[in-house]
Ligand binder design. Structure first.
Ligand SMILES: NC(=O)c1ccc[n+]([C@@H]2O[C@H](COP(=O)([O-])OP(=O)(O)OC[C@H]3O[C@@H](n4cnc5c(N)ncnc54)[C@H](O)[C@@H]3O)[C@@H](O)[C@H]2O)c1
Length: 255
């Protein structure tokens, strides 16, 4: 695999899955723009790690729930590296609230950060890729919950269900331009978003027992899937989702 000469943006790129994606793409030779909203020190440290792999990374502070920030992110990428080949819409949050108790503010925040960001991230990245004329890869960090209900996390499931249809519809529209749109659907991954579960041994026991592979994924295992989708090996994939869930979707409905 080689991504030498390619340029990638990873949103929410300085922690968890995003950080692993940055390192997996850099390991294949891509230059990277790390989008972040918190913890600039983590972004600085990650830039150094990427430099250690022989590539360049720059951090850009941009709130992906705002279209103007997304536009600034793309412009900063083209200014720094001259092009954009891979857009990873990874930033996301969850509220862990049910359909009965989710507030309007919680609903809007989840939809803006998880879905609106991916919609306009896809739109703006595709415009840049089409202008370049050499296609590109847009990878949406979805979840098993694009398909699989999670009681007590309704808005999150809704946002990922919307992302599923974004991936399919944009994939169909953009295919003729050589722009591939693919979703990645992780199951449970050991990252900060799951701190409350990971801090509770009883919850971890139930979760591990429900996963056919017997454990959560590491962020690096999801980064490896994204690196594959970004590379030339994945030339015939678009408008679909690749699930990396240890088999949980087919073994524990409703967990
Ligand atoms: N960890 C899991 O089990 C799991 C499973 C399936 C899908 N996912 C998805 O993976 C993605 C990454 O999550 P993670 O598990 O690495 O957790 P994480 O909390 O480490 O990562 C989320 C990132 O998004 C950033 N972010 C939040 N709001 C933002 C905004 N407005 N603009 C830009 N960045 C913003 C955060 O600062 C953070 O860096 C999310 O989309 C999540 O839904 C995670």
């Amino acid at each position: 695999m080689s991504l030498h000469g390619k340029v990638a943006i990873v949103t929410g790129g300085n922690s968890g899955i995003g950080k692993a994606v940055v390192l997996a793409l850099a390991a294949q030779g891509a230059n990277i723009v790390i989008d972040y909203v918190a913890n600039p020190a983590a972004t600085d440290a990650l830039e150094q790690q990427v430099a250690g792999l022989g590539d360049r990374a720059i951090g850009v502070e941009a709130d992906v729930s705002k279209v103007a920030d997304l536009q600034r992110l793309i412009s900063a990428t083209v200014e720094a590296f001259g092009r954009l080949d891979i857009m990873v819409n990874n930033a996301g949050i969850e509220t862990r609230t049910s359909v009965l108790d989710t507030t309007e503010a919680q609903y809007e925040r989840v939809m803006e950060i998880n879905l609106k960001s991916a919609f306009f991230g896809t739109q703006l990245a595709a415009k840049q890729m089409i202008a370049q004329g050499s296609g590109g890869r847009i990878i949406n960090m979805s979840s098993v919950h694009e398909d699989w209900p999670m009681p007590g996390n309704t808005a999150y499931c809704l946002s990922k269900g919307g992302m599923r249809m974004l991936t399919r519809t944009a994939g169909v529209e953009l295919g003729p331009h050589g722009v591939h749109v693919v979703g990645v659907g992780p199951g449970a991954v050991a990252t900060p978003i799951n701190t409350s579960t990971m801090d509770d041994p009883q919850k971890m026991k139930v979760l591990d027992a429900a996963i056919p592979l017997g454990r959560m994924a590491t962020p690096e295992e999801i980064g490896a899937v994204v690196a594959f989708l970004a590379d030339e090996g994945a030339t015939y994939l678009t408008a679909t989702t690749i699930f990396a869930d240890g088999g949980i979707m087919h073994s524990s409905p409703g967990l």
